[in-house]
Structure formats: C-alpha cells, structure tokens
Design a protein around this ligand. Structure first.
Ligand code: ZN
Length: 306
C-alpha cells in the first residue's frame, strides 16, 4: 500500500510539472540581423534585443555579418528557424546563398520587420526593394520607383525625378494614424507625440504598401519635404507578413537614445513584430502610451506592469 501511495505521489508531481510548463505560452523566436550600418548598429541591435526580450514575448538571437569590406562568405543565418526576422542592417551584399535563403523564408510566408535604416540597404537588389516597399539613399532615384506620400486623404505616387531619401533636423513630432482596425494599431491613439527623431521623407520604391498605419508631416523649415510622409506600414508581398517602421534613429548610447526610448516606438515595434510573427497582436495598449501632446519615455526600454 505504501508503494502505491509513492507511485501516486510521483504521478501527481509529474502532472503538476507538466501542466505548469503547458500554462506558459511559448515565446516567439526572433532573429535580429545587424553588423553593418551607416548608423550606430553596435547600440541599436542590442536595444532591439532588449526591448523584445523584456516584453517576455520573444526569445532573441542575433546574427552579425562581418565588418564592412570583410569576408561575408560565412554569413548564413538559418532564417527558417525563426518566427520573425528583424532587419537592422545596411551594408555589403550578403552571399548569393544567403539572399536565396532569405527570399525562400519571406516568400514562404515568413515574418519580417524593417527597422529604420534597414530600408537604406540593397538599393540594387530588386526583390529586396519589393520586400521593403519604400527605400532611401544609396543612389536611389526615379529608377527605383515613385515618391509616395499622403495627400487629400489618399496615397499619391509621384514619378517626379530626384533622389530617394532625405530628412530634416531631428525633432519631436506628432504621428497621424491612417488606420484604426489593423491588429498592430487597434486601440492606439490616432495622434500621438513621438520623441526626438529623424523623419524620413522623399522615399522611393515599388510602393507596394499593404496597410498604411501612420504618417507624419515633415517640416520644410528644417529641411523636410513639407509632405505628409508614410512612416509606419505593412508591405503587400505574397504570403509574407512585413512590418516597416521608419522611426527609431539610434543615439550615441543606450542611455541617450530618445527615438528608441519612446514608449510609442517600443509599442509599435513590439506589436508589429508580434503581428509579423503570428498575424495577430495579443498585447494590450500600454498605460504609458504617448498622447497627442505629451511624449512618453521608457529610459530602460521596459514596459510598465499593466
Ligand atoms: Zn537615422
């Protein structure tokens, strides 16, 4: 009889352990790609990792390329092992085998986040430009596709000649919502104030925007285009789920990095990354989200308890 009790006790302990494991949701697997950039990638890729990990929604791996001009032949991340790939890369072309693996991943229904200057990359790679929809700099011009901006309640495609990609002086600015039902933005304020950041403008590309989420009005007085520019959107690219966020210019250190310390940037990054990974967003709207008149910062990149 004592033996039976012992067996039952072991069974109940095993059951308890199993049910505890099952109750905890699986974290999504994210890969941050970095290693070269005309930006401070040494800080930005670690901050992206921190934001994603601290949300407790993602397990993050990092894939760094060789330095600029270095031997890229060993850069072969296994994209297929991840729910979502976050691009923080603007540099030398990858090996042809890695390009092909990335396209296989994306075209097979993968999730991609295009973060800030990742949309400067690979101006001469046609398929990559369809994955980002809009890009800038690195020789882009009217051959890259039209300019694309918001005017009189709709997106305008403008074939005018000229360079692709510029921005005025950094400043705080108000984001203007253009959609209220997409999972990434559902429940978020239409207008909210972003912390000091660049505002990309005059971007060009195939302009295959899926859902336009937020625009911003550039300031011609500080060198901006004077147009209402698309800044946050999804990309229409087959079965893939692609989230493109032009915000988040990285500061000199993790502690002096207002654009990435903005609670609005972090919220969009987390919601957009979850959507790119799963097609859904289960996160609540955080209580520290910025308002139309008040910037909200998370210096430690951690969301408050709900
Ligand atoms: Zn920048």
């Amino acid at each position: 009889m004592a033996k039976l009790f012992a067996v039952l006790a072991v069974v109940s302990v095993v059951t308890a352990v199993t049910s505890h494991v099952e109750a905890r949701p699986r974290r999504l697997k994210a890969l941050v790609v970095s290693g070269q950039n005309n930006h401070n990638w040494q800080v930005s890729h670690l901050v992206l990792e921190r934001i994603l990990e601290q949300s407790e929604l993602f397990d993050v791996d990092i894939a760094l390329t060789a330095p600029a001009g270095g031997d890229m032949s060993s850069f072969k991340p296994d994209f297929s092992a991840y729910d979502v790939v976050v691009l923080d890369y603007n540099g030398d072309r990858w090996p042809a085998e890695t390009d092909a693996a990335f396209l296989d991943y994306v075209q097979g229904g993968g999730g991609v986040v295009v973060y800030h200057a990742a949309d400067n990359a690979f101006a001469d790679w046609e398929e990559f430009n369809r994955i980002i929809a809009l890009g800038g700099w690195e020789g882009r011009n009217e051959k890259s596709g039209p300019y694309c901006y918001w005017k009189d309640g709709e997106l305008v495609l403008d074939d005018a000649a000229g360079p692709g990609g510029s921005h005025g002086a950094q400043r705080e600015y108000v984001m203007h919502g253009r959609n209220t039902t997409h999972p990434i933005v559902k429940g978020l304020p239409t207008n909210w104030k972003h912390a000091q950041d660049e505002m990309y403008d005059r971007m060009r590309g195939p302009a295959n925007i899926g859902t336009l989420l937020y625009t911003g009005l550039t300031d011609p007085a500080t060198g901006g285009s004077g147009r209402e520019e698309p800044l946050v959107f999804t990309v229409d690219y087959g079965k893939a789920r692609i989230f493109h966020i032009m915000l988040g210019h990285c500061g000199p250190t993790a502690e002096n990095n207002p654009a990435m310390q903005c609670a609005g940037f972090q919220t969009l990054l987390l919601r957009g990354t979850e959507w790119a990974a799963t097609g859904k967003v289960k996160q609540r709207v955080p209580k520290d989200f910025p308002t139309a008149t008040k910037v909200s910062m998370r210096p430690d990149y951690r969301a408050p308890e709900q």
